[in-house]
Design a binder for this molecule. Sequence first.
Ligand code: NAP
Ligand code: F7E
Length: 361
Amino acid sequence: MKKAFVTWITGQDGSYLVELLLSKWYEVHWIKRRSSSFNTSRIDHLFEEKDFTIHYWDLSDSTNLIKLISEIKPDEIYNLAAQSHVAVSFDMPEYTADTVWIGTLRLLEAIKVAWIEKTCKFYQASTSELFWGLEYNRPEAWYTEESPMHPRSPYWCAKLYAMWITRNYKESYNMFACNGILFNHESPNRWETFVTRKITMAVAKISLWLQEKLYLWNLDAKRDWGHAKDYVEAMYLMLQQDEPKDYVISTWVTNTVRDFVNWSFEEVWIELEWKWKWEDEKWYNKANWECLVEVDSRYFRPAEVDFLLWDSTKARKELWWTPKYTVREMCKEMVAYDIQIFKKQEILKNHGYEILEQYEI
Ligand code: NAP
Ligand code: F7E
């Protein structure tokens, strides 16, 4: 039985990856950081699994990491942990660098210290938005694994280092270490601080009369959104190859935040009409002219990636990977899921249970 070490399954990808690995009969060592509140809702259903062990670690803690890696001696490590919110990285650049960048170095060093660099395969969660810049005004230009990089936030700068240190350890120590350059991927397990889930949760609440308005910033930003379930499969496939290689994972379809808002409202049969004056854009419910969506400068980012389109030919040819979900199917699933959650919460509230309010970033 293979042993996998997955850093952070309280996150979106970790929760799906662990389900996949357990279905393939892995012994999974799941790593979590200490939290005063419960944040394991995404994986609570796995607690009964016998091949599933939880350890405590934080990306800033080398000592415990070396101890864990030396004791477990995993066959595969998936490094998913990160301060992964781009806007927050402008407020907390040092913390972001310490966890995303040095945290990855700590893991690679721990593999060496534990003397498993020849047997352990390492996956680094790299990211798509390393490549803004060069062909910014040429939207027809598609990026590949070889395109020059131009990160646009402290988060992406830290991820760029993490990507190169992974490549460096592969070359220097002949390790099986690779980067998955993944485009945005979403799901009902996405945290609500990212734009898709923020939208689907707000739309669900608005349709149930639990929220009045949704506030957003850059509605014209274009993203290639895939489903996290498809993307964790690509992570797994990368570590099953004979050679370590970096792969771009994307769906090849790009859409605006505005499109995602429209599709989400369509799921609850609300048709929107938008009006704008300079940056003061507002969207109204065509049925009663209530304002449902507004632009809010609180979500402004000092630098933005407005457009990206990626070429994932290499992954499709070599990993035989293709996404199963379309973005519209995913949007439908997310809205339906959120409606169900809020309906359940309302029933519980009506029976006297206290429900913690969601917050937004
Ligand atoms: P996520 O939901 O934000 O999960 C990140 C996890 O990292 C969380 O469980 C978080 O723990 C943990 N974490 C944060 N700071 C930590 C620290 N100091 N020590 C230990 N753990 C810490 O992210 P995701 O969407 O699943 O993405 C997984 C990885 O892929 C991340 O590295 C992300 O940067 C990268 N990525 C994501 C996308 C995407 O579109 N989803 C695309 C490209 C790359 P808590 O739950 O305790 O906060
Ligand atoms: O923003 C715009 C925002 O925060 C998408 C992370 O998983 O993917 C993610 O990073 C777009 C941006 O994702 C709001 O300005 C408008 O243009 O959902 P997001 P992201 O920044 O692309 C990459 C690949 C990662 O690696 C990251 O870890 O939507 N936008 N209004 C907004 N975004 C947010 N969050 N909130 C808004 O109100």
